[in-house]
Design a binder for this molecule. Sequence first.
Ligand code: HEM
Length: 193
Amino acid sequence: MYGLVNKAIQDMICKHHGEETWEIIKQKAELEDIDFFVGMDAYTDDITYRLVAAACDVLGMETEAILQAFGEYWVTYTAEEGYGELLASAGKSLGQFVENLDNLHARVGLSFPQLRPPAFDCEHTSDKSMELHYQSTRQGLAPMVIGLLHGLGKRFHTKVDVTQISFREQGASHDIFSIEYDDSQTYDQRTGD
Ligand code: HEM
């Protein structure tokens, strides 16, 4: 994955657990040779998975919990690292934003030519609920999607409840999430609209 992802993992760990813990995690992942990650460089996925596994070991957390925390972190991280406009252009409410996820990644792909983006398909089941279909070339990232949806809920001041209803790791063709949300308090954080 692009270095931006690894940088965000590093940033989250340093912020929540300190630089020393990060160094231990990096060592455990056998990545001492990497001084720093370059956001626009493509790295093998193996590096990201090793970082997550080492973080689980060192912090005594489950993989799902780390991935979920990371998903939530990603929403604020990208907003602060130069992708705020891109996020803002993807929608003013959770429902609208989720519809635009593939467009957003298509735009990301213009600057990150080796991007292997996820694919999302959204079925609105009522004005407060939807089913979100998630497809990826990678395994095991469903908990990150749950965290991302919570992060988006915070961004839009929308209460979200996410339940995974179909599991690729149990043989389904792809992961599906059932999302219930209450966007009566929604406003755009950036413009205040
Ligand atoms: C402006 C904000 C965003 C940027 C710049 C961005 C960029 C990226 C990048 C660089 C990757 C790594 C893929 C690769 O290197 O091949 C990625 C992966 C991913 N992104 Fe985004 N993204 C953004 C927002 C979001 C949001 C809001 C979601 C919410 C669902 C999301 C869902 C994902 C998922 C699930 C992956 C994992 C890749 C996979 O499933 O195979 N992204 N994104």
